[in-house]
Design a protein. Sequence first.
Length: 60
Amino acid sequence: FHEHKFLDHHLSKFPEKGPVRHFMELILVGLSKNPHMTIKEKISHIDWFEDYFKNNKSLF
């Protein structure tokens, strides 16, 4: 249960402050409230955003 609800430890992959951090905080809140996704799917979404922001640093 706690793996589905407490996703904050995944924020360590993102900047400490700024718009990307705020965006990811909102994403993690949304994922934590979704009972229909498995933990594997949730982590997959988080990893996708991590890759996206790493590959598009020039936009942010």
